[in-house]
Design a protein around this ligand. Structure first.
Ligand SMILES: Cc1cc2nc3c(=O)[nH]c(=O)nc-3n(C[C@H](O)[C@H](O)[C@H](O)COP(=O)(O)OP(=O)(O)OC[C@H]3O[C@@H](n4cnc5c(N)ncnc54)[C@H](O)[C@@H]3O)c2cc1C
Length: 310
């Protein structure tokens, strides 16, 4: 049995979730191949070859794979899938875009967002916003799986796998990447940061998020937000943590002015240490917090920043 991992990358470098996905695949106890499809993507392929547990990297290099668009990529994966027992990708925006199309074209059911591998056909995945863990078994001949990256520690970097260049599939011409609007930030990426400082509706305005930026800068942290803060226009929606936002599991998560609705907890309760600052002692966030501070954030956060400054 062999698993095909679909690498997420920007042609120059691999996204870290790929290493977590390989860690999940290693639990299957099968041979592992990694598909790097991109445009001038040899640097990403070389990084994939260095990941522990990888037996072979398949590199498909063509202009029409540049943006990782699902249509062309899924067709390539499907054309090679019969040689594999498993096809895995991270449960990121990228994986969630590509793999359902692959599963549909292979006429198999997708197993989404796994957090544990119990056997090559049996997995654990959260349902009901993370309140229930379901054990699911797939009898499909090819198991198409997305992996919750935060549930698996990234595989190491001691690999020396060969890179095989494969013929790209055709450009189906169904979609074209016209432009990409990226948020440029000197802070760490939200899903990769070791510390995340998140703000909620309690911040009252986008302007007040500057307070959290000052705290995040002291800690080298990324900034996240609740959906209420995003919907109120305080911050862009790629800040959103939760069921319909990003899933994070940093070593330290500081929730400021966030009530702790289950949809928010679904995105951060795997964090190693949770600190909550909220003026309402009954706020549900305190039920998951390791350290809770019942205080007005506009007083507590400046005090925290000045204490850290010392
Ligand atoms: C299908 C669905 C999906 C959803 N997905 C998500 C998701 O992905 N992520 C997400 O976050 N939510 C999500 N939600 C929304 C979620 O249910 C909550 O509405 C949202 O998380 C609330 O955000 P909040 O805690 O910032 O706001 P509120 O619930 O309004 O809480 C604000 C908190 O700030 C505190 N506060 C106010 N002023 C201060 C102060 N001065 N000092 C200290 N504390 C203060 C208050 O005590 C309160 O606890 C989803 C909802 C649905 C129905």
């Amino acid at each position: 049995m062999t698993a095909l991992i679909i690498a997420e990358h920007d042609n120059d470098s691999l996204k870290s979730a790929t290493a977590n996905t390989i860690a999940a695949a290693r639990r299957l106890g099968v041979e592992i191949h990694v598909l790097v499809a991109g445009s001038a993507c040899s640097a990403a392929a070389e990084q994939a070859a260095r990941l522990r547990g990888v037996g072979k990297v398949l590199m498909a290099d063509a202009r029409h794979y540049e943006g990782g668009l699902a249509e062309n990529l899924a067709a390539l994966i499907v054309s090679r899938a019969q040689a594999y027992s498993h096809v895995l990708a991270p449960a990121t925006t990228f994986g969630k875009n590509v793999l359902p199309r692959v599963a549909a074209q292979l006429d198999v059911g997708q197993v989404s967002d796994i957090v544990e591998v119990l056997a090559p056909d049996t997995f654990v995945r959260p349902i009901h916003a993370g309140n229930v863990l379901a054990k699911v078994r797939s009898d499909d001949p090819i198991k198409v799986i997305t992996v919750r990256a935060t549930a698996f520690e990234a595989t190491g970097q001691e690999g020396t796998a060969p890179i095989e260049t494969i013929a790209p599939g055709p450009d189906l011409g169904m979609s074209r990447l016209l432009a990409r609007e990226l948020t440029h930030s000197s802070r760490p990426e939200l899903t990769e940061a070791k510390i995340v400082v998140s703000g909620g509706r309690g911040l009252q305005s986008g302007e007040n998020f500057k307070l959290l930026e000052a705290l995040a800068d002291r800690l080298g942290a990324a900034i996240g937000a609740s959906r209420a803060a995003v919907d109120s226009g305080f911050v862009p929606n790629d800040y959103q943590v939760g069921q319909t936002g990003k899933i994070v599991a940093p070593q330290l998560y500081i929730a400021v002015g966030i009530s702790g609705a289950i949809q928010h907890l679904a995105g951060m309760k795997g964090s190693r240490v949770i600190v909550a600052i909220n003026k309402d002692p009954e706020a549900p966030i305190f039920q998951v917090a390791d350290y809770g501070l019942t205080a007005d954030l506009f007083q507590a956060v400046p005090e925290l920043i000045s204490a850290l400054g010392q």
